[in-house]
Design a protein around this ligand. Structure first.
Ligand SMILES: *[C@@H]1O[C@H](CO)[C@@H](O)[C@H](O)[C@H]1NC(C)=O
Ligand SMILES: *[C@@H]1O[C@H](CO)[C@@H](O)[C@H](O)[C@H]1NC(C)=O
Ligand SMILES: *[C@@H]1O[C@H](CO)[C@@H](O)[C@H](O)[C@H]1NC(C)=O
Ligand SMILES: *[C@@H]1O[C@H](CO)[C@@H](O)[C@H](O)[C@H]1NC(C)=O
Ligand SMILES: *[C@@H]1O[C@H](CO)[C@@H](O)[C@H](O)[C@H]1NC(C)=O
Length: 282
């Protein structure tokens, strides 16, 4: 019997236990179209097809120069050095400057569920939305991303998504089609506008009047294209704090999960930035 764990399975664990360490080899070692695999017989490494065999045939990857199998490093043995690798991911420099002067990656994601109306979890490092509409009941887990400290003189705000050049740090199950809407919290900050706790009940009124700003399909392109930034956002009015409601449109069950990265060293020493970013002109 084959057994393999690719990132999607890892993602499921990550999202249920959001504190799971993101510092895994999958972030830095695999170069698209390869993905990180862990097989039942202990083989682990990057491969563009499933390397998992067993139990009578040892797992292996047919790729030229594939990186597995690799022994689990012991404490006094560092992992084998990988050569010809850029030191840090720089693809995001195409649209954002090093000093973040026209970009804001500092999102807090408030996660809410329509089937557990008191559920309130927020995170600055992980994002997860889900929509299961197979039957008449729509089960949804939405996210509201709040970006703070946009400068007063910012103009032409828009939303981008960025996927770093190596590794797989996000997962999509079935549909990855997201709808984004900006929220009007009036003079208040989002947290005050929802009475200090962001759950399904407290956000309902606010979300009703969301203003659609774009749709973006985060389907599995990230696994094959490497570094890439995507936007399909209209320009919207900038203000000090911007709140965006993310929902997933899914013909059956679908979900999107990823790690938001705002600085080098947050998950490893390759990825400097990842995830949602508000970009603006000055
Ligand atoms: C949808 O309904 C069918 C038939 O009742 C059932 O087999 C299936 O498990 C349901 N799916 C979900 C996601 O509830
Ligand atoms: C984002 O947060 C970092 C610290 O995590 C801070 O240094 C930086 O100034 C913040 N940027 C903005 C635009 O708020
Ligand atoms: C964010 O999470 C913290 C820690 O779980 C919680 O105390 C706080 O109420 C949450 N904020 C909102 C607005 O729900
Ligand atoms: C959830 O998915 C269903 C099926 O595609 C769609 O009709 C519905 O609008 C989605 N919900 C949201 C909030 O996007
Ligand atoms: C905002 O966008 C418009 C249209 O693209 C452009 O003409 C204008 O110069 C932009 N504003 C700033 C401050 O860059």
């Amino acid at each position: 019997m084959r057994s393999s764990t690719t990132f999607l399975a890892a993602a499921a664990t990550l999202l249920s236990f959001a504190a799971a360490t993101p510092l895994e080899a999958r972030y830095e070692t695999c170069i698209a179209p390869q993905q990180w695999h862990i097989c039942g017989d202990g083989w682990s490494g990057c491969c563009s097809v499933s390397p998992c065999k067993g139990p009578s045939i040892a797992s292996n990857c047919p790729d030229q120069g594939s990186s597995g199998p690799r022994p689990t490093p012991t404490e006094d043995e560092s992992p084998p050095a990988t050569s010809a690798k850029p030191e840090v991911d720089e693809g995001w420099h195409e649209f954002c400057k090093e000093d973040d002067s026209q970009c804001n990656w500092n999102a807090t994601f408030y996660h809410i569920k329509n089937y557990d109306e008191d559920y309130a979890k927020n995170s600055t490092v992980s994002f997860f939305v889900w929509n299961d509409s197979e039957n008449t009941t729509e089960l949804r887990r939405d996210a509201i991303g709040v970006f703070q400290n946009i400068p007063d003189d910012a103009k032409n705000c828009s939303l981008y998504f960025y996927n770093p050049g190596q590794g797989t740090y996000y997962g999509v199950h079935n549909s990855g089609a997201l709808d984004m809407a900006t929220l009007d919290t009036g003079d208040k900050e989002f947290v005050d506008a929802v009475g200090g706790k962001a759950n399904w009940k407290s956000t309902a009124e606010l979300l009703k009047d969301g203003k659609e700003t774009g749709t973006l399909d985060l389907n599995n392109w990230g696994w094959t294209l490497g570094e890439k930034s995507l936007t399909n956002s209209a320009k919207f009015a900038c203000k000090k704090e911007i709140a965006i409601h993310f929902t997933l449109s899914a013909p059956e069950e679908g979900s999107v999960i990823f790690d938001q990265v705002r600085k080098l060293g947050q998950v490893n020493n390759f990825v400097q930035r990842a995830g949602w970013v508000i970009k603006y002109d000055l």
